[in-house]
Unconditional design. Sequence first.
Length: 577
Amino acid sequence: MTRRPIGELRSQRWFASDDMRGFAHRQRTQQMGLRREEFLGKPVVAIINTWSDLSPCHSHLRDRAEAVKRGVWQAGGYPVELPALSVGEVMVKPTTMLYRNFLAMEVEELLRSHPIDGAVLLGGCDKSTPGLLMGAISMDIPVIYCPAGPMSSGQWRGQKTGAGTHTKKYWDELRAGNITQGDWVDLESRMTRSIGTCNTMGTASTMTSIVDAMGLTLPGASSIPAADSGHPRMASLCGERIVEMIWEDWKPSRFLDAKSFRNGLVTYMALGGSTNAAVHLIAMARRANVDLTLDDMSDMAGRVPVCANLFPSGEYLMEDFYFAGGLLALLKKLERHLDRDGMTVNGKSLGENIAGAECWNDEVIRGEDNPIVPLSRGKTLALLRGNLAPNGAVMKSSAANPKFLKHVGPALVFDNPAEMNRTIDDPGLDVTEDTVIVLRNAGPVGAPGMPEWGNLPIPKKLLKQGVRDMVRICDGRMSGTHYGTCILHVAPEAAVGGPLGLLRTGDLVELDVEAGRLDMKVDEAELQRRRAEWKPTAHVYGRSFAALYQRHVSQADQGCDFDFLSAPGPVVEPSIF
């Protein structure tokens, strides 16, 4: 590619002028101990770092920032590290989804307001990937995403353990009385063995793998375990490559298009990825001016089966996936579905990047001829509509009990988690395996922020009977590490007047995944009467970021972005006078 002149770099508006402003910018940079020659006339690279002491998945990103800096210096750039909100899902309440848009705003404004020519984005935990990239796509300067990487594989008493997946599994066993409190405490210190994101195909690895296939990371970067020595080497390569991208003006708008998102969808389905990606991908696509809908995802889910044998749909962990050949090997097996001429951050097409990929374990990375979950048995993303979800609801039918994919049962409705938690383990609770458990007011506005409450607990009396799955419905989300017949993202949500708010305990609910239907068997006249009586019950915030969120967030089927941010528009540069 053609190298552009130094004078075209954004940073030179700050550093190159001979007026008082330029003098002040150079002076203050030298105040930090830098020589004039170390920054003047060089591409300035922002390292947007979501490290935090309260984000265990990102606890190594300060070290990775130093590796990125090495690469930037080596390539002749000037690296600057800028801290950003660390949206680590584990510690943040009620959910980091409430702050995904906050991070997107922060990234866009950090890049806009500073003398930045390009950026390396450090993240990995669930909402950090879409948040960082939404802001970067809107700003539209050269960027590379550097994923945090999954943690090392876990074992407990000879059994593989996946973060999140087995937490939920063993919690149910503890409640059922099948393991002891001592077992639970022992498990607590053994399951998560290292730095990095969840070692299952949860939301973190779903999103990093998708953006890898979309061309926003170095090829295969998403598969490298966080603790592997190859990970800091990859980070250093990100620093080196971003300098080249700046000279080439290789920004997202030059290569991120409908082909990129199609490749992301192929990857999403083949991985058996998290339902959360359905929300994030729509939000990212709108920032890139690409029309992407739930129907597009449903269509791809009907074409590409689950081929990665990874928890929670399969039986292996992310480290096994890496040693089997990683994402590039999976994409090679699925290349007939890919737009191979889609371009990527390294300046090559996806087809070129996967040309030499090999699979070293066909049990971990399977092909379409031997999928881990055939399409006839379930899909990564099943789209449901009906009088309970006019604008759509989703579920991962590949991780559900097949016997529930067509089901009719009476609803047991809860208006909030506190009510549910007080009641769910009552021995006298009127509930059977056929009951449909419902939690509402958990959506974008109702919670607010759409927390991961959707893997609703199974009543203790049923756990003791051996029940491990039931039909469950929520207008919130579910952790990508979890499993079960969980219907999520019901839109419109109950808090804004969606029909889920009209459902009552005892009403029959009908689920038919093959037909794509989710309905309550209540006649229209009764529903009209209930609509007339309905009043919102969700708390309305008068201040804080939650107030802004409730006023401007879209529904799940629209990506949960803010109405004033989702539409693409020209980058407004700051005034320097």
